[in-house]
Design a protein around this ligand. Structure first.
Ligand SMILES: Nc1nc2c(ncn2[C@@H]2O[C@H](COP(=O)(O)OP(=O)(O)OP(=O)(O)O)[C@@H](O)[C@H]2O)c(=O)[nH]1
Ligand SMILES: [Mg+2]
Length: 415
């Protein structure tokens, strides 16, 4: 049962093919020169999100993913064929990590030896709202009332073993996805009960609905115990906005407990609602309040997205291609991000020239040029910026910037 939302797989990029040493031998061609073909590039391993998948179950049977190896090069300048790529399809909301590490892995790299690693996949539900609460509080009942979902409802704890999802629609285009989670027990953060396994799913939710069984002996105590579990499991989850829904108001015990529960929580600054999920009374108010929290959160998130887009644009500077014109010994560095950056940089100032230099270095342009065999005196063109390469021993690499062909600037020192 644990397999459905976690999996461990092995991915290996294809090895590159070997190059071959060969000399051209032909009648009437006295000095044929080398004619060995390069080895083919190894295949890459890609991950692709497939909207039709909703679990990681397929990875129970297939664990190993290897991209094809590149063919070896052959004589007569025949290069080896590229190895076949492998695409691993995962469900939306899958988080990929290198086993035992936190960062997102990079497995699509070239090399004679294809990189390989174990990857941990973790599926986190993509729900807007998570319903949390003690076992038997009425979480599934609430979901069944506010959405078309039909989760199992029964009068015993841990009826819900896997999270249920439901779509709650208000009018027209305002909808939200609500996840009903297994009940939380005291000690859940230490692995008691089932709640712990699934609390992770709430990490992606924008807000929570906390259902309290109003007919229990001490509803406030139950409320605090669940809050404590949330905090102990993850402070991040505990910080999410939430609404409290005091349930089972149709039962005399709950009806009696309600005034003191309400008073006590409101004194702590917590907004509470009462409802009878079974009788469908007060449930609309609860889901509307949750939707309100969601909307407030969206505004904040949009700001964050704008910030991320800006950061991504900076990252796109990193992608470039270098071509070499051997007749003029000119290197063209092309990349839309780089180009834009060049246009932005006011090359006239030493300071910005230096900044530009730093960007080229940070983006790996200098290193790539050295790898490709740039020589002293060669011209390098990035956008409309022309530079002369000088001794690579100097970390800066370039000796002067020229914009167009008219102006030349000497850079006295770059350190
Ligand atoms: N009287 C009354 N019973 C309710 C109400 N809401 C839920 N119940 C009952 O409480 C029991 C548990 O309901 P569920 O919705 O399965 O509770 P849950 O929180 O999902 O429970 P777990 O999945 O086991 O954690 C069922 O017998 C429901 O019929 C209510 O408003 N009034
Ligand atoms: Mg349930």
């Amino acid at each position: 049962m644990r397999c459905f939302d976690r999996a461990k797989i092995f991915a290996k990029a294809g090895d590159g093919g070997n190059g071959v040493v060969a000399m051209r031998r032909e009648k009437f061609v006295p000095l044929g020169g080398p004619s060995g073909g390069d080895g083919g590039r190894g295949g890459n391993v890609y991950m692709e999100v497939d909207g039709s998948m909703n679990s990681l179950l397929p990875f129970r049977n297939s664990v190993h993913f290897r991209a094809g190896r590149g063919d070896h090069g052959r004589g007569q300048s025949q290069n080896g064929a590229k190895g076949e790529d492998v695409v691993i399809k995962v469900a939306p909301g899958t988080v990929v990590r290198e086993a035992g590490k936190e960062e997102v892995p990079r497995i699509a790299e070239n090399g004679a030896e294809g990189p390989e690693m174990w990857l941990e996949l973790e599926l986190k539900l993509v729900a807007d709202i998570g319903i949390v609460g003690a076992p038997n509080a009425g979480k599934s009942t609430l979901l069944s009332v506010i959405s078309a979902a039909q989760p199992t409802i029964a009068n015993y704890p841990f009826t819900t073993l896997l999270p249920n999802l439901g779509v709650v629609s208000f009018d027209y285009d305002s909808t939200m996805v609500v996840a009903d989670l297994p009940g939380l027990l005291e000690g859940a953060h230490r692995g008691f009960g089932l709640g712990h396994e699934f609390l992770r799913h709430t990490e992606r939710c924008s807000a929570l609905i906390h259902v309290v069984d109003g007919s229990s002996q001490q509803p406030e105590f139950e409320f605090d115990a669940v809050r404590l579990e949330l905090e102990l499991f993850s402070p991040e989850i505990a910080e999410k906005p939430y609404v409290v829904a005091f349930n089972k108001m149709d039962l005399p015990d709950a009806y009696e407990n309600w005034p003191s529960f309400k008073e006590s929580l409101e004194a702590r600054g917590i907004e509470v609602f009462c409802m009878s999920a079974v009788k469908r009374e007060g449930t609309h108010e609860v889901s509307s309040a949750a939707y309100q929290l969601l909307r407030e959160n969206k505004v904040a998130e949009d700001k964050l997205t704008a910030e991320m887009v800006r950061k991504q644009q900076t990252a796109s500077i990193n992608e470039f291609e270098i071509t070499h014109d051997s007749t003029t010994n000119t290197w063209h560095v092309v990349g839309s991000g780089l180009q834009r950056f060049v246009q932005m940089t006011n090359w006239r100032y030493v300071d910005s020239g230096r900044r530009f230099q730093h960007v080229l270095e940070a983006c790996g342009v200098n290193k790539s040029l050295i790898k490709l065999g740039v020589k002293e005196g060669d011209t390098v063109i990035v956008g409309d910026m022309e530079m002369i390469w000088h001794d690579a021993a100097d970390t800066s690499g370039f000796s002067n910037f020229r914009k167009g062909s008219t102006e030349t600037t000497k850079w006295p020192q770059w350190k």
